[in-house]
Ligand binder design. Structure first.
Ligand code: SAH
Length: 380
């Protein structure tokens, strides 16, 4: 049985550096490149990263890497790997595929050859006749064969449902932001748990809930399980221990000042239900209110908002009006830092001020910008 693994944490483009930062905070050394962070570790590392990474999509084991320009090289390369270390005889092992700038470009053939090579190896290892197909009735071992410039990498997904699915969002609106993207955006702000946090267009409450989880040091994966927990060779105690440690590290007593508002009362009900599901029923304040009506005496707060973009729901004129209103309400809050995520390229003009900084991100497939307006610093 293997006890050391080469691992990858995948992430949305533009987010990988934050995944790297999170890994280093967990004490795990890593290299970051193009939508992923490479690291290595044991079963404990796999459990820890699945449970704790707020900004990643998945944690995958690199089963093997080799060069292949022909189907024969692909077959032999896959066959040579130690599949008995990973797959039991009844494993359900679908093979996803992709190929970029490579000689072997027919992805469905690459997938089929890979699948065949693994099946043949398992039949040999477990002494089964090749004429009888493998049962594939057991746990899911999701594989992916990807070829980049003739280099084959075959990975095994340890995560299952993507890490953005924390398990708390039982109710959502039309345009929810992914939980891991929300966490990433909060990590890009200057928010600390002792500052006010405000989302004026909170929808289903994702930013507020992610901020509360960060503020209380609650592991984002506490409410769900992971594919590798159903594998016969993965030791149950490892996850138990990592979960127990996470529970001990959470700080439920910290005082947080988190407010989420939305003009739509149904959204406020959804946000409350989600916060309760996340185990935070009394931590966040949710209130039905138009952002135009926001007033505060507080200082040095952080405002994060993902307002409607011009789409089916709002006309161009309505969006322009909304962004103008945002400018009028927020610009006077000079000690507050404001972070607004929108795909509208004219946001600054409508809001009425140039951003201190802009950052390109992807909200799913949609290219968006995070417009950052940094507030004054407290005087010492
Ligand atoms: N980030 C949210 C989605 C926000 S969608 C999530 O993860 O669920 C934008 C939200 O802005 C919608 O819920 C909409 O009801 C709200 N909204 C639109 N106009 C508003 C206004 N004038 N004041 C407050 N909220 C508004």
């Amino acid at each position: 049985m293997k006890d050391k693994f080469k691992l990858i944490a995948t992430a949305a483009a533009g987010i990988e550096a934050l995944v790297g930062k999170e890994l280093r905070n967990l004490g795990i050394d890593c290299q970051v490149e193009n939508g992923r962070a490479y690291f290595s570790g044991d079963q404990r590392t796999i459990a820890q990263t699945n449970l704790w990474l707020r900004t990643a999509d998945r944690v995958k084991i690199i089963v093997g890497e080799f060069q292949a320009k022909t189907f024969e090289e692909l077959f032999q390369g896959i066959y040579a790997l130690d599949w008995a270390d990973y797959l039991p005889i009844d494993a359900n092992f679908p093979v996803a595929g992709k190929s970029v700038r490579s000689t072997l470009y027919a992805v469905s053939d690459v997938q089929a050859i890979t699948k065949k090579a693994i099946a043949k190896k398992l039949q040999a290892i477990y002494h089964r006749p090749e004429s009888v197909p493998l049962p594939e009735t057991g746990a899911l071992y999701q594989l992916e064969v990807s070829i980049l410039k003739d280099k084959v990498t075959i990975t095994l997904d340890t995560t299952g449902d993507s890490l953005f699915k924390r398990g708390y969002r039982i109710s959502k609106g039309g345009a929810p932001i992914k939980e891991n993207m929300a966490a990433a955006i909060i990590m890009l702000t200057n928010w600390f748990p002792d500052k006010p946090f405000y989302d004026p267009t909170c929808g289903s409450g994702t930013f507020c809930i992610e901020a509360a989880l960060i503020g209380m040091n609650i592991a984002p994966g506490f409410n769900r399980d992971f594919a590798c927990e159903r594998w016969d060779w993965f030791e149950q105690e490892v996850f138990e221990k990592v979960r127990d440690e996470a529970d001990a590290q959470a700080n439920y007593d910290v005082e947080l000042d988190i407010l989420g508002c939305d003009v739509d009362g149904r959204m406020i009900e959804a946000a409350k239900a989600n916060a309760t599901e996340a185990g935070l029923p009394d931590v966040i304040q949710f209130k039905q209110m138009r952002l135009q009506d926001f007033k505060t005496e507080k200082e040095f707060g952080v405002l994060v908002s993902n307002p409607p973009y011009g789409d089916r729901l709002l006309t161009e004129a309505e969006v322009t009006r909304l962004y103008q209103d945002m400018g009028e309400v927020y610009r006077p809050l000079t000690t507050w830092s404001k972070y607004i995520l929108t795909s509208d390229l004219d946001f600054e003009k409508k809001y009425g001020a140039r951003a201190t900084k802009k950052r390109k991100l992807y909200n799913g497939a949609l290219r968006v910008d995070l417009y950052q307006y940094w507030g004054q610093r407290p005087k010492r």
